[in-house]
Design a protein around this ligand. Sequence first.
Ligand code: TPP
Length: 525
Amino acid sequence: MTTIREAVFGLLRRHGMTTVFGNPGSNELLFLKDFPSEFRYILGLHEGAVMAMADGYAQASGQSPLVSLHSAAGTGSSMGVLPNTVYAKSPVVVLSGQQVRDTVGQDVMVSSQEAALLPRPLSKWSTEPLGAGDVLRSLAQAIHIANLAPKGPTHVSVPYDDWEREAGENADFTVGRAVADATALADRHLDEITASLDAASHPVLVLGPEVDATHANDDAVRLAERLAAPVWVAPSPARCPFPTTHPLFQGVLPANVVGIAQLLSRHDAVLVVGAPVFRYHHQHPGRYLADGSRLIHISNDPSEVARAPFGDAYLAPIDDALARLAGNVQARDASPPPRSERAAGIDRANRMHPDTVFRAISDLAPEDAIHVVESTSTAESFWSNVAMRHQGSFYSAAAGGLGFGLPAAVGVQLAQPERRVVAEIGDGSANFGLVGLWTAARYRIPVTFVVLRNDTYGALVSFGRRLSATGLPGFELPDIDFVQLANGYGVAAESVCTEARLRESLTKAFAGDEPVLIEAHTYYE
Ligand code: TPP
């Protein structure tokens, strides 16, 4: 007889889901029993870190990992990070362990009373099958839903006495199914968008994370070059869709209405691809776009196209749309607009400006290094200083929820063992996912963690100024010793205060093949 557990492992194998991130409890042991040797289980010491590792892995590999969590408590602990997974459109499949089916009604220890409901607002789909006979099909459904556009996390709760039951005579049908997504922009829509772009005098591109997620970066470059159009990255980027070294690259749009409208004001056609229109953050109201400007939006997400407050939208796969538009629009000749330069920040005694840190990393890391960034007040400095040329070079918390960056870097490195991963993390942010260091040490995952230690929640200081909120309590973070913390989790670490020492430490870290943490003393002004 084939048990449900055996059939589910067959299903996971069929979908290449042989990496399982988890933190187990009693409800999960019969699922993990006789764990097949071709699968790997990556243990995280807190479910927030488990989820962030899985999210990073999913984004960097394009494959779904399975996340195994313990009942309500484990699922609940993961939920601080889940908003990022939703907004990153990351196809993570979560399996949470439920108590024995017949006992859940009695509310026995570690049962989850509303298991399907618990993560529902933070997942694309969540269920608890009504009987053991529907466990395999429900998990298959979770995998397919997670991977159909727009991708996103799904959740299934399974009572643990189900695993040893018989899978039934139809299991092979469920395991063997293939589900294909829609793949093409409609021809009529291609012609409409092409005509609008060809008729424009000054088109501009605004690119979002889905360009990188669908590996359409090279086609974005071709389209920009054909149109001779400057390229902006959509606000609060979670990925890097366009080479920052390209002459047409302009930078990242600010996350407010007036700032965007001003920067795009000289363009009569604004083509937004693979991003929401727009994910504003700072309240600065005004007209969305200058008069005479028209916005065209291409997204693979029905919710995104429906909720945008302006612009004409087309629902289409991003990679196909960009490839065909690049081949269709008329080529033009225009010299790239000049990029506004920022003056580099100046170091102080024993405190570096963040520019110094990012410049050193950019100079010394391999040219195809991957950056996983959660350093909130230094975004502008990062984008001005770090060169990124390839697909999959940048990941950041897609919903701004701290606790993603440090463990996500571990997952990204697992997914991309041939490339070096650098995690640039603020000293405040680092604490939300610090236990990820233990996983890096335990499995010898060679991430270079750079903690920018400015001893404060810098972003909140600047937000406070913006909102004229004076008399705020408790933003200082003195006396956190990241060298000792890293050593405690088994990661070698150094503290540096000057550019020369930082460069030495980075050179050593990139020459080695172990995880390393560098505590870089910086300042916030
Ligand atoms: N809790 C979560 C889970 N996510 C958040 N985004 C916040 C709280 C609010 N928050 C936004 S930025 C920030 C906080 C607490 C400070 C981060 O400080 P740090 O990592 O030191 O970076 P800095 O701003 O100093 O560059």
